[in-house]
Write a protein that binds this ligand. Structure first.
Ligand code: AMP
Ligand code: ZN
Length: 310
């Protein structure tokens, strides 16, 4: 198998793109793909302040590596969720990765923010752990991005993640979500950073291959409480279609993006300040504060240096 670009020995075959590439040409292919995604979908421009949410997994560390190589002045943000040994190992992977690079890393500990780890909170609150964790992570990320005045918050979601989410939304005809499922979600309010997914056009396999070829040491461990059954079965379904018809995954996602305008956005943009923490919500009290209240049994003012509340 020869590289389509240079004729040297290929290390990977990309059936979706009908090419095989050598190491160097594959690494450039990945960088170009991310640069194209950033430009085509207007994720951010060169001078914007971008923070990358790094979990320690292959996707987010790869994303950071790529954005840095493309010359974006990125910073990293990690949340230690306080889950038994799992969170320690995730944080260590992040710390080792950043120790080798010249880039700022910011870490927040859930235990310091709210006085407990994710499992303890979940044991007191009536909500599945994964959805609770997602909600608390989003709150902490959004709030961090705003407090530090970043204009964009980038996450490591790849094509398999986005395709699976799209399939899930279509299977349940959750039309309202479709309008908001894009590589960029604009800041709908001055205090919200926009959300960017620069890996959205790269499959999980492509991201993994890049990560291995660059010898990035990532945290390769599933959260002990992860279920994720729906997204896993949707990913498997898409992989089956991809197997029989290479390129169907990227077509499914990119063709959707072309027609996305036809789906109405049903999300409430009617945001106001949470009565407890002062951050944004479309209710009287935000869900994050509600969870903390359920956990402790009494209102918990969240520390806040910016709004003067709490
Ligand atoms: P997940 O929902 O676990 O698939 O994660 C999606 C994205 O959220 C990752 O690619 C990261 O960019 C970000 N992320 C997940 N967990 C963390 C964490 N503990 N700290 C910072 N960012 C995270
Ligand atoms: Zn709140």
């Amino acid at each position: 198998m020869k590289c389509k670009k240079c004729g040297n020995k290929a290390v990977i075959k990309l059936r979706a793109h009908r090419i095989a590439l050598c190491r160097e040409d594959f690494l450039s292919f990945v960088l170009n793909r991310v640069q194209q995604t950033i430009k085509r979908y207007k994720l951010f421009v060169a001078k914007e302040r971008v923070v990358v949410a790094v979990s320690g997994g292959k996707d987010s560390l790869t994303l950071f590596d790529i954005l840095q190589r493309l010359g974006y002045p990125v910073e990293g943000f990690h949340i230690d969720l306080g889950i038994d040994g799992f969170s320690n190992r995730a944080r260590e992977a992040v710390e080792v990765f950043f120790a080798k690079r010249e880039a700022p890393l910011h870490i927040r500990f859930l235990r310091e923010e709210v006085g407990a780890g994710m499992r303890e909170i979940a044991s007191q609150v009536r909500r599945p752990l994964c959805s609770l964790c997602g909600l608390m992570r989003r709150y902490i990320m959004n709030r961090f991005a705003w407090e530090k005045r970043f204009s964009a918050l980038a996450t490591g979601h790849n094509l398999d993640d986005e395709g699976a989410a799209l399939l899930g939304n279509l299977m349940r005809w959750q039309i309202g979500y479709l309008a908001r499922q894009a590589p960029v979600l604009p800041a709908i309010y001055p205090r919200l950073a926009k959300k960017a997914k620069p890996l959205a056009l790269l499959s999980e396999r492509e991201v993994l291959a890049y990560c291995i070829l660059r010898a990035i040491e990532y945290h390769d461990e599933q959260c002990p409480y992860a279920k994720g059954a729906t997204s896993r079965s949707n990913k498997e379904a898409l992989n089956l279609l991809e197997y029989y018809s290479p390129g169907s995954k990227i077509r499914f996602y990119q063709e959707f993006l072309k027609h996305q305008g036809i789906f109405p956005d049903s999300a409430s943009h009617d945001l106001r300040e949470c009565s407890m923490c002062g951050f944004l919500t479309n209710r009287e009290t935000c869900q994050f504060c509600e969870i903390l209240e359920q956990y402790t049994g009494s209102p918990v003012p969240v520390r806040d240096s910016e709004t003067g509340k709490g």
